[in-house]
Design a protein around this ligand. Sequence first.
Ligand SMILES: Nc1ncnc2c1ncn2[C@@H]1O[C@H](COP(=O)(O)OP(=O)(O)OP(=O)(O)O)[C@@H](O)[C@H]1O
Length: 261
Amino acid sequence: MTTTTAPRTAARVVDAVKVYGSGDTAVRALDGVSVAFPAGRFTAIMGPSGSGKSTLMHCAAGLDTLTSGTAHIGDTELGSLDDRRLTLLRRERVGFVFQAFNLVPTLTVAENIRLPLDLAGDRGDPEWIDALIDVVGLRDRLHHRPAQLSGGQQQRVAVARAFAGRPDVVFADEPTGNLDSRSGEEVLGLLGGAARETRRTVVMVTHDPGAAAHADEVVFLADGRLVDRMTAPTAEKVLDRMKAFEGPSSREAPAPVEVPS
Ligand SMILES: Nc1ncnc2c1ncn2[C@@H]1O[C@H](COP(=O)(O)OP(=O)(O)OP(=O)(O)O)[C@@H](O)[C@H]1O
């Protein structure tokens, strides 16, 4: 007998609503988003400025809380955790890459990569970390400090650090925003390569169609709603899709679609 199993979901939000402020100044940054990020895949979140991309990422990663709806990492619903457990979950099961690299200037490359593990008092898996150092091409820079590296090299350290603890999911927020296009391409290639080679899940926020084209799938937000998904993206296809959001008002964006979680 053959059994088929649905692809595992690394992270998801269900009916996610996020309202900042209250009364006349309230902003509905997420307006009922349900989206699942399948395990082992590289997904990009795209949309116009202010469409809710960063809010979605922060709520899905447990860096911020939803006004209503639920966010899950694997089978764990984040709203059910107290602050201590949420901190532990972020430390043990989630990796982060930010636009600003966020490396510790006084630590070497090797120490920065190991930092999340050292903070958790975890030896980690030395073979895994050794392999990661080769994936990001930093073997000859291990004893350098961040200031001695180019921006692209610093972001490669941040990528290795994000994967060091074998997280269920790595969230990347505009990881190429501070890089020139060649370094950006390298970092995106690494993120995609690391996701595929290590079968980890990557969720990346970007406003750059060229960056989104490195992903396996792109999800599009407009006005706090999920409006489309695209598999096998190319920069041209993503750009074409984004053009539909342009115009005098983003309210002209297409109606939201029901996307199975
Ligand atoms: N802390 C906050 N307080 C009040 N409003 C906020 C806050 N953070 C975000 N917003 C608002 O929520 C909406 C969505 O913001 P968000 O940063 O998620 O969008 P984005 O798609 O990531 O934008 P960008 O591409 O410009 O970074 C925007 O209208 C923004 O002004």
